[in-house]
Design a protein around this ligand. Structure first.
Ligand SMILES: Cc1cc2nc3c(=O)[nH]c(=O)nc-3n(C[C@H](O)[C@H](O)[C@H](O)COP(=O)(O)OP(=O)(O)OC[C@H]3O[C@@H](n4cnc5c(N)ncnc54)[C@H](O)[C@@H]3O)c2cc1C
Length: 454
């Protein structure tokens, strides 16, 4: 994967010692960065993609609301399409409609197959490494140390973690491995920050609002008490069991999704908390919940650990933020993959209108596409929704979600990042369905809503 894979849009290296020259440099090779890099190359742009470990496999379970997925994703990218349900504290269920569980390896293979025209580079960059250079940008990439010597004509220097350049060889190194880094320079008209959440170019303060979860993968027959065939449980608000010493009073729910291969992910989830609920507590709650339901988890069952911020603020105009870094993350669910996949070709087409000749116009166009007035308004309302949940007394949170899932109005709040009407209707529907104590809290929170908040 590393190196230019050919194609008319491949970035150029003028000579062996010069920088890699690109129209677009995408930093970060997750779902968002890969989708955008592929789309940029397909739009005729010379595209480079940098990631500390470009060949590292993805392991997260990605799910989406199908209406947010781009229409022409091949079938190999979807593992299964269950019906989503929510389970209420008393055990009743509410139908939420169609859901999609992505095939993580299939999605990755699909995106990788489209990287033929992209130069994939091992390397990381921090904010200081992206420097204006006339109308363009010069980006210093720190190449993981086990990849070997000096590359692209810049002397190997001190890295962001204080190590100095050197040489070795190997592929797919971990970005946490001890490093003896080299540097590589990319000369790009425009740089995209797709380094995930939190953005590695704009690290936020510690202690923000995080989604955390602890999950295990079990046979679907073993999971039958928690999730029925053909269904995904988006939230099961039944108690995980009697409160144990050391647990917080923060409410958590079970998330249960089938992989379509006879196995199921059962995940104890804290939707959002500042700071994130510790993983050991989630693990203990899951163990208690499953034991009470008679679900046996075999020794060595695969585990999924989740921790990521859901309140990353929008960043500066440049580097252009994309994916979880920007944030396309829905503050109230943590979802961002489907919107990123959907926006990638549109953003690439917009960039291709102006690059390489007018990077400033391309940057402005990107901002316009990603954050039109309607999307900014929806984002503020979603963040307001998140704050409402965070401020809710813990014992009212399940009641809030009971109202949230009454009818279908909650779904409008979960999808449609620029659907202001749907989002407002969804919020109004939740308010109408809420019991008085929850309404009072919602009103209190609404009174503090600042329409110009980011
Ligand atoms: C376990 C888990 C489950 C999740 N489930 C869902 C889900 O079901 N649906 C959903 O929509 N979202 C889900 N999310 C949230 C979010 O959508 C994902 O985190 C998703 O991977 C974000 O995609 P991304 O490409 O924006 O960022 P990432 O996938 O985080 O990719 C960022 C990339 O940038 C690279 N990078 C890091 N630092 C640098 C640097 N300094 N320079 C260059 N590159 C760098 C990283 O190596 C990485 O490859 C989940 C998250 C987790 C952790």
């Amino acid at each position: 994967m590393t190196g230019t894979a050919g194609g008319a849009a491949a970035p150029q290296r003028p000579d062996a010692s010069g920088p890699t020259v690109a129209d677009v440099l995408v930093l970060g090779g997750g779902p968002a960065g890969r989708a955008l890099a592929a789309a940029c190359a397909e739009a005729g742009l010379r595209t480079a993609l940098a990631d500390p470990a470009p060949e590292r496999a993805w392991t997260a379970t990605y799910c989406a609301w199908p209406e947010e997925l781009p229409p022409h994703l091949p079938a190999t990218t979807i593992a299964t399409r269950p019906e989503a349900v929510a389970v209420l504290p008393g055990g009743g269920t509410r139908a939420l409609g169609p859901y999609a569980v992505l095939d993580t390896a299939g999605l990755r293979a699909h995106l990788d197959a489209r990287l033929a025209g992209v130069t994939v580079l091992p390397g990381r960059a921090a904010a200081d490494d992206v420097r204006p250079d006339g109308h363009r940008y010069r980006v210093r990439l720190h190449v993981p140390g086990d990849r070997g010597g000096r590359i692209d004509g810049e002397s190997s220097g001190t890295d962001d973690d204080g190590t100095s350049g050197g040489s070795s060889s190997g592929k797919g190194s971990s970005d946490t491995a001890p490093r003896n880094d080299a540097t590589r320079v990319v000369d790009a008209a425009l740089v995209v920050d797709a380094t995930g959440a939190p953005s590695r170019l704009r690290p936020g303060p510690a202690g923000g609002t995080e989604q955390t979860a602890w999950g295990v993968v079990v046979d679907e027959r073993a999971a039958a008490p928690m999730v029925r065939p053909g269904e995904a449980v988006f939230m099961d608000w039944r108690s995980p069991g009697p409160h144990r010493p050391g647990w917080t009073d923060w409410p958590t729910f079970l998330y249960a999704v089938p992989y379509g291969d006879g196995t199921v992910l059962l995940e104890e989830t804290s939707l959002a908390r500042r700071p994130g609920l510790p993983l050991p507590e989630l693990r203990d709650r899951l163990t208690a919940r499953l034991a009470a339901a008679g679900v046996t988890v075999p020794d060595g069952a695969p585990v999924e650990r989740v921790r990521f911020p859901v309140d990353t603020p929008r960043g500066p105009r440049h580097p252009v933020g994309f994916g979880a870094a920007t944030p396309l993350v829905h503050p109230a669910t943590g979802f961002s993959v489907a919107p990123a996949l959907g926006l990638a070709p549109r953003l690439a087409a917009e960039l291709a209108r102006y690059l390489p000749h007018d990077p400033a116009a391309a940057t402005t166009a990107a901002r316009r596409l990603l954050w039109p007035r309607s999307a900014r308004a929806v984002h503020r309302l979603r963040r307001h929704g998140l704050r409402t949940v965070l401020e809710m007394p813990p014992d009212l949170v399940p009641d809030f979600f009971d109202a949230f899932f009454a009818g279908r109005s909650g779904r409008a709040f979960l999808t449609g990042r620029d659907d202001l009407t749907g989002t407002l209707a969804g919020m109004a529907g939740v308010f109408r369905a809420a019991p008085p104590a929850v309404r009072t809290r919602m009103l209190r929170s609404a009174a503090a809503f600042h329409p110009n908040g980011r």
